[in-house]
Design a protein around this ligand. Structure first.
Ligand SMILES: Nc1ncnc2c1ncn2[C@@H]1O[C@H](COP(=O)(O)OP(=O)(O)OP(=O)(O)O)[C@@H](O)[C@H]1O
Ligand SMILES: [Mg+2]
Length: 282
């Protein structure tokens, strides 16, 4: 049995923050349809550095989930290439942990047993795994619901269970597809804060898809704004807020208001376009 010496056994020292971890190089992805080919993503060039939180905004159907799917290795690009630590991603990328838009909880397992699943796969001793699961349940605010089944909890609680399960897996890079969509405002802020602190403390790299512009500004170090489908990177905005910011006090910070306004402006311009059209820089 593997003994877990710390809660985050896979964590790495923060002094390595900054090296390029993943790249998209001229990436496109099309899907076959009964009437032809549907271009989902086109011409994506992107470098993702270790330890950064990248938020991703863009209209529905523009290819945000497709981008995560390619980094996770769920499917290959149609053109260009995706790399992770210098090697092309072929097959499932085990350095990433993926919280998809559907939570994929195991319905026959309780909340605690769902969260414990990755630790079982890693061969953690039962007592050690139990302590870790208990801590994660507290982190996501689900204490008291350990023995509930997924069908007995709310949508937001399911999301939090899925997040805790991902944290139990402890991947190097977290791919989160609209993870906090069903949460109330306070809980959402608490979860965002936990995620930033996790990334800061342990050098976790995070790709975070959201439709919430304020969330993208508050949480991210950089924000990618996608065009309408076929999704191209319209712009990448450096958020520029202090790395150790308190998300609970951002609303009083004029810099936050300014950067949110910049993102809103880009999103509003994007919404004015016809389906599939492209535009130049503003
Ligand atoms: N497996 C698939 N097979 C066929 N078409 C797909 C597949 N996955 C995505 N698509 C298509 O690719 C386009 C981009 O889809 P994607 O799910 O990446 O968008 P999205 O930006 O995540 O949208 P949303 O914000 O609504 O979640 C859509 O037109 C979608 O229909
Ligand atoms: Mg999606």
């Amino acid at each position: 049995m593997r003994e877990a010496s710390s809660a985050h056994a896979l964590s790495m020292p923060l002094d390595a923050v900054g090296e390029v971890l993943a790249t998209f190089e001229g990436v496109s992805k099309s899907f076959p349809t009964p009437s032809g080919v549907l271009p989902a993503v086109q011409g994506v060039d992107l470098e993702i550095r270790r330890g950064e939180i990248i938020t991703i905004l863009g209209p529905s159907g523009c290819g945000k989930s497709t981008l995560l799917n390619m980094l996770a290795g769920v499917f290959a690009p149609s053109g260009g290439r995706v790399t992770y630590r210098g090697a092309p991603v072929t097959g499932l990328n085990r350095n990433t942990g993926y919280m998809t838009q559907n939570d994929h909880l195991l319905p026959w397992r309780t909340v605690a047993a769902n969260i414990r699943a990755p630790l079982e796969l890693k061969g953690w001793a039962r007592s050690e795994a139990g302590r870790r699961v208990e801590a994660l349940i507290a982190t996501v605010g689900l204490t008291g619901f350990e023995n509930s089944y997924p069908s007995q909890i709310s949508g937001g609680m399911r999301k939090r269970t899925a997040l805790a399960r991902l944290l139990a897996q402890d991947p190097e890079t977290l791919l989160l597809d609209e993870p906090f969509v069903a949460l109330d405002a306070q809980l959402r802020l608490a979860m965002q804060s936990e995620l930033r602190s996790l990334s800061r403390r342990f050098g976790k790299t995070v790709l975070f898809v959201t439709h919430d512009v304020d969330e993208a500004a508050g949480l991210g170090d950089r924000c990618i704004i996608f065009s309408k489908r076929p999704g191209r990177i319209r712009t990448i905005v450096d958020i520029g807020l202090p790395a150790d910011r308190s998300l609970f006090h951002l609303r009083q910070d004029s810099r936050y208001a300014r950067i949110s306004a910049v993102l809103w402006d880009y999103m509003a311009k994007e919404a004015d376009l016809g389906d599939g059209q492209q535009r130049g820089q503003p």
